[in-house]
Design a binder for this molecule. Sequence first.
Ligand SMILES: [Zn+2]
Length: 315
Amino acid sequence: MIVLVLKVMSVIETILKIVAVVLGLGGLVWLIHYTYARTRIKVGTGISTLLPSERINLDIMENIYIKNNQRHAWKHVNRYYKKKFGKRISTEDACRITEDFIQETVAKINEKYPQAELCPDNIFLYSDCPNYKDASKSYNGQSYDCGVTGLSFAYYILVQISNEYDRNMNEDILANVLFHEYAHHIFRLYSGLRFPINRKKLFINYIDECFADLMCFKLMNKMPKEAAEILRYKYESVYHSKNMYSASNTHPSNHFRIKVLEYGKFDQRLIKMIADYINTIKGREYIREKEIKEVTEQIEVFMQKHPDIEVQFSL
Ligand SMILES: [Zn+2]
């Protein structure tokens, strides 16, 4: 009997090992394919530049990510209600509350700034922090390649705790976040594997961010000075940023982003300004003429393909 049990167990063990290897290999192939799909050289508008097979990959990946982050937001809304009103609410209610919040926010923004006509159906409240306290302070927006936009849970809390004075400014902050993400859906550069990936990717990421910042305030019909003031208010009074000069791999420093708004133009000179900015951080010639030329050419190709989109503009 014992021998038989041991035999069955060893067979099960072998089957599990085979399953693990197959899943591991499958995952690896998928990861390589996904990484490749995300890093090919392109210029475009998110999903419009993807091949059908790449879209399927992104859809699967993004759907898992979006659903998971939406669930976090519902959990945090539940926690907020428990703290504030001492009662638990159902997941369905939390979901409805987040949807109502987005509907109301978008309606207010569309009334104040009708140019972009934001569609609430493509926007959802999310959180990528499982911890409530972190989530309440994590101000972020996300533009997914599948065309939807995420607004982080911290903005929900911001609206709940705003007083009358803040309210008007915070409405502009919310418009700033949603229009910034909307701008990413209009125009985006993609980096490639052919180049030292960090160099190129950094350059492209920063150009994308500067474009989105400028396009956002163009949609809000702001002059450079007012746009810079709104962004400064966001960093200083809402985010309580400790270091205005630190830059990440995806975003230039807050200080630089304000400087770009003061400049107020998305043009060839700005591309050069971004290259110079990276070179002051990373060292001379980190972004060379070659990269500047290539990126400028890609932008021109995009402009020829999309004459309806005003890529080069000023506030
Ligand atoms: Zn952005």
